[in-house]
Design a protein around this ligand. Structure first.
Ligand code: 13P
Length: 252
């Protein structure tokens, strides 16, 4: 059975003190209110991974990085390697977020390398895909998302791709308050799963968690998560508020 996952992507937000306050609020709320087996991941900025992880201790909440280098180690000033994340027992890493694609020029060729090095270090990649508005308006969204998944992940063996989490994040829904409808999310998730099944077979495709991201909030999460192929969410802005993020987790 694939996992239900709600991951918060804090992006480049919060001071250390604010991060620790948010973590402590979430610890209390999640312990008191969240039942069931949903996995919760806090994708913090790099400097907060270790302190937040220490603060979380042995709870159901894990930390995740928002990126990692494609290189193993060496003279790459400002970069963080997958081995460093592994050495801190960070289990997850977001790869290929549309902001990385857009502002840092990340393409499929690079994402193959990042995915491989993350997996080689035992990390679970949360691989992001999603179309910009102009592509959806021309009805090219399914084709583009299939291509993004295929180019970055289809070199993996069946046993390895099952370790990847996919996040469908339509670019036009990120930070805009304009979420995909539940039907649009389900339709694309089904397309992604079918594409995975075409390459790896249905049983492998059914093991892969596919998260929705893009203006998920406490008011729309339930409807989005109710879809059969939506296995949780990758939440940006709403993950910065403890009450709202907890309500989103409870919606699954
Ligand atoms: P928002 O939830 O702020 O739209 O961001 C989504 C996102 O980019 C998560 O990775």
């Amino acid at each position: 059975m694939r996992s239900k996952i709600v991951a918060g992507n804090w992006k480049m937000n919060k001071t250390l003190e604010e991060a620790q306050t948010l973590t402590s609020e979430l610890l209390g709320m999640i312990a008191d209110e969240v039942k069931g087996d949903v996995k919760v991941v806090l994708c913090t900025p790099f400097p907060y991974l270790y302190p937040v992880k220490q603060q979380l201790g042995a709870t159901r909440i894990a930390v995740g990085a928002q990126n990692c280098s494609e290189h193993a180690s060496g003279a790459y000033t400002g970069e963080t390697s997958a081995a460093m994340l592994k050495s801190m027992n960070v289990p997850y890493v977001i790869l290929g977020h549309s902001e990385r694609r857009q502002y840092f020029g990340e393409d499929s060729k690079l994402l193959v390398k990042k995915t491989d090095i993350a997996l080689a270090n035992g990390l679970t990649p949360i691989f992001c895909c999603g179309e910009p508005l102009e592509v959806r308006e021309k009805n090219g969204h399914e084709q583009l998302v299939k291509q993004q998944v295929e180019e970055a992940l289809f070199h993996l063996l069946a046993e390895t791709i099952q370790k990847v989490v996919i996040a469908y994040e339509p670019v036009w829904a990120i930070g805009t308050g304009k979420t995909a409808t539940a039907a649009q999310a389900q339709a694309m998730h089904a397309v992604i799963r079918k594409h995975l099944a075409g390459k790896y077979g249905t049983s492998v495709a059914n093991e892969i968690s596919i998260l929705y991201g893009g203006s998920v909030n406490a008011a729309n999460a339930k409807e989005l998560f109710a879809n059969p192929d939506v296995d949780g969410g990758l939440v940006g802005g709403a993950s910065l508020k403890s009450r709202e993020f907890t309500e989103i987790i409870k919606s699954i």
